[in-house]
Design a protein around this ligand. Structure first.
Ligand code: APR
Length: 308
């Protein structure tokens, strides 16, 4: 049986994700949006590229949730992106309505699906999707850490003049400004970057990573990043569909891990066919622990604002 991935939101992130999944031939793709014509047009365009990619994936655009029925994975990338001078939190209420509507529909049409939330503020939206769908927390997660880590890997690769492929980075905590980087376990083929570059340089690259989303927003003027976010989602989809059990930083529900309870926040997890199969607990230094707790507290604040 062919796998089915539905993407809610046919905007920049949703359509780019659809493209990557169809191009790689991972699964059949359904692209859903409330805007009429947009998902149909983008899906048709992607479908017409499949012969060139030697992909047999089917790609369908729709305005009806019925077409997403019995998806293996549903990606929620619907909502409003950030504008210049707008924080992710400003999006809170507008996007909460969108994520709630999508989650209610998913719970009805794809009760066995694994849900990946991209809509910002992502950690909070993942919590909302989990509460609304009433799915097991293993089957609801958010995309953020992979993107933050990828940005950091790119900056490190340019600075050190090495292949980004050889750089491994783990980022904890809330997505974006609140991320908690771990330079001590960020390595070039196992060699910690703390041995390869000075503290000041590391700090400045971390700062650029924290600000990575905003840097792109201010260049684009309207709209926010989508190529790297889509690539991050695609990596998660692949690890789940092919039961790769990759260890990737994702927003996952913490139930006592890291001494934190009842909040979605970025941690390394094992991603396989069951979804979040395990939360990996890394031993943190005192300073890292404090930063992580602060990060969780700011996610919690937004959760409270939404009364989730
Ligand atoms: N149901 C389905 N789709 C919706 C809904 C809804 N209730 N409300 C809005 N949309 C659609 C819009 O019609 C639009 O096509 O979501 C799409 C959003 O696309 P873009 O504006 O291009 O936004 P994008 O850059 O894709 O970002 C989407 O992901 O990274 C996050 O912060 C970003 O929250 C934002 C989300």
């Amino acid at each position: 049986m062919r796998k089915k991935v539905s993407i809610i939101g046919a905007g920049n992130v949703g359509a780019s994700t659809a493209q990557l999944i169809a191009q790689a031939g991972f699964a059949d793709v359904v692209l859903f949006d409330i805007a009429e014509g947009i998902p149909q047009g983008k899906a048709l365009d992607i479908a017409e590229a499949c012969p060139l990619w030697s992909s047999t994936a089917s790609v369908k655009g729709t305005n009806s949730y019925a077409d997403t029925r019995d998806s293996d994975i549903v990606v929620i990338a619907a909502g409003f992106p950030r504008k210049p001078n707008m924080s992710r939190d400003d999006l809170l209420h507008a996007n909460a309505d969108v994520v709630k509507a999508a989650s209610n529909a998913i719970a009805k049409t794809s009760p066995d699906a694994i849900v990946i939330v991209v809509t910002n503020p992502m950690d909070v939206m993942a919590q909302l999707a989990w509460k609304t769908t009433e799915f097991s927390c293993r089957r609801v997660m958010g995309m953020g850490g992979i993107l933050d880590a990828s940005r950091l890997r790119a900056f490190l690769a340019w600075e050190l003049n090495v292949s980004p492929e050889d750089i491994e980075a783990i980022v904890l905590g809330g997505h974006g400004d609140q991320m908690v980087p771990l330079p001590r376990v960020t390595t070039v083929k196992g060699v910690p970057i703390t041995e390869l570059m000075g503290k000041k340089t590391i700090e400045s690259l971390i700062q650029r990573t924290r600000n990575g989303g905003a840097e792109i927003v201010s260049l684009l003027k309207s709209g926010s990043a989508y190529y790297a976010p889509a690539a991050a989602v695609s990596q998660m989809v692949k690890s789940i569909l092919f039961d790769e059990k990759r260890m990737l930083p994702c927003a996952a529900y913490l139930n006592g891990e890291y001494g934190i309870k009842d909040v979605y926040v970025g941690v390394p997890v094992i991603l396989g066919k069951e979804g979040v199969e395990k939360v990996i607990e890394i031993k943190l230094t005192k300073e890292e622990k404090t930063q992580f707790k602060e990060s969780c507290a700011s996610v919690r604040k937004l959760i409270k604002k939404l009364s989730i």
